[in-house]
Design a protein around this ligand. Structure first.
Ligand SMILES: [Zn+2]
Length: 333
């Protein structure tokens, strides 16, 4: 059995091109472990990390934490008097968000829609990797609040001009989809795939860098039939909606039966938000009477709901009920 000895590292030993620096906030002089990333060193507490993360607990439970073998000798990497553990593959800035959420009570609130997007995606990613159960639930809850899976609620949040997570909503969909796919959050994926698919192709391609190729394939393959379904609804509208116009209370049957459609082609897109009944009728189906208007809106909304119900299947998921159940289970676990 090899002997053990401590090997004290200095900052200049740690990096090559860029030497990681002690983090200003996450450096507790009486901490008992030093975590190293590409740009930062963190001196923190093993016990607090172990309490929240099974991965760190298992890591620290190993007697030889931070130990590397050198011939017959087991050499304990030490830094500033504490074992040194390198977090491979994690970005220092992302680890800052994770550790601050762990060590600072007020750093992250799951009800806050203004949490920066980078924080939300880093917490989802790293809480999954290191199994911080509560943090992961908080990040999933936070995203789910902005991406409801009930059509009326989805329309309400899309309608809001208020920025979300420090960005326009349209800039959040793809990064959140990317993060949720990587973290395997099936409960959020149907609604995030839909939200991503509502964006135009150039935006999708611009923002999909580093996205898992399977995720991009599902997104693009689901977007195609979504566009087709919306276009079919629009193209069939002039014929089909006539059936509900000119009913019993109609004020001018002749006029309503000849209702003019204007610029319906503007709606030929994947953006399901814009084919809400009242938008289609008030902006694109002019000159119908006040009795025919609600009938036309109701008809279009019914057709739109049929598309909505099929959306999870376009991306390979069972349905909204299944996603809602999974979300409830995840948040309640
Ligand atoms: Zn009428």
């Amino acid at each position: 059995m090899g002997s053990r000895r401590g090997s004290e590292r200095r900052e200049e030993d740690l990096g090559t091109a860029e030497t990681p620096q002690r983090h200003d906030v996450l450096w507790f002089p009486d901490g008992n472990v030093v975590l190293a990333t590409d740009v930062y060193l963190f001196k923190v507490y093993k016990g607090l990390l172990s309490m929240q993360s099974s991965v760190f607990r298992d890591m620290f439970d190993l007697e030889d934490v931070g130990t590397v073998r050198s011939g017959d000798e087991a050499v304990q990497d030490m830094y500033d008097g504490a074992p040194l553990v390198t977090l491979v593959g994690d970005k220092g800035e992302d680890v800052v968000h994770l550790l601050r959420a762990v060590f600072e009570h007020n750093y992250h609130h799951r009800d806050d829609r203004n949490t920066p997007l980078d924080v939300v995606t880093a917490l989802l990613d790293l809480s999954t990797k290191y199994d911080f159960k509560e943090l992961r639930k908080d990040a999933v809850f936070q995203i789910s609040q902005q991406y409801p899976m009930v059509l009326e609620e989805f329309d309400d949040v899309n309608d809001a001009e208020t920025p979300m997570f420090g960005h326009q909503r349209s800039e959040c969909d793809i990064p959140l989809l990317k993060a949720a796919f990587k973290a395997g959050i099936d409960a959020l994926l149907p609604i995030l795939f839909l939200s991503g698919a509502c964006r135009d192709i150039s935006s999708i391609l611009r923002m999909s860098g580093s996205m898992d190729s399977e995720c991009l394939n599902i997104l693009l393959e689901g977007r195609e039939p979504l566009v087709v379904r919306i276009n079919m609804l629009l193209m069939d509208l002039p014929d089909n909606v006539q059936e509900v116009l000119g009913g019993t209370n109609c004020q001018d049957v002749k006029k309503c039966k000849k209702a003019a459609y204007e610029k319906l082609s503007y709606l030929a897109h994947s953006y399901i938000y814009h084919i809400q009944g009242y938008i289609v009728v008030d902006c694109h189906l002019r000159r119908i009477c006040q009795y025919c208007r609600p009938a036309a809106i109701k008809y279009i909304n019914k057709k739109r709901e049929e598309i909505w119900e099929d959306i999870p299947s376009l991306f390979g998921y069972p349905g909204w009920d299944d996603a809602r159940t999974k979300l409830k289970e995840l948040l309640g676990s």
